[in-house]
Design a protein. Structure first.
Length: 94
């Protein structure tokens, strides 16, 4: 079974948007993470945990930029890969 059959479309946000924007998009979409995309390049991922631990807990302004709290690098796998390949990649980077 290909990963492509298992993955839902991801939401995305630009790195220069605010952490408040990210939180609002996550809330509206009922998701806990957003891909951070600069043009067509995936540059990071921001999670609700990133917003809390790297943003709120450190007293950042609600207007702080997403790229200041996002996680990098992002490890990706081809959508045509099989689940065994995904598991192996996960074990390597966990």
């Amino acid at each position: 079974m290909a990963l492509q059959e298992q993955v839902l479309p991801l939401g995305g946000i630009a790195p220069d948007r605010t952490i408040t924007d990210a939180a609002r998009i996550m809330e509206a979409a009922a998701v806990g993470s957003l891909a951070v995309v600069d043009g067509e390049d995936l540059v990071g991922i921001v999670t609700d945990r990133d917003l809390v631990r790297r943003g709120m807990a450190k007293g950042l302004s609600p207007e702080a930029r997403v790229d200041g709290v996002m996680s990098t690098p992002v490890v990706t796998i081809d959508a045509e890969a099989d689940l065994h390949g995904a598991f192996t990649l996960f074990r390597t980077h966990a």
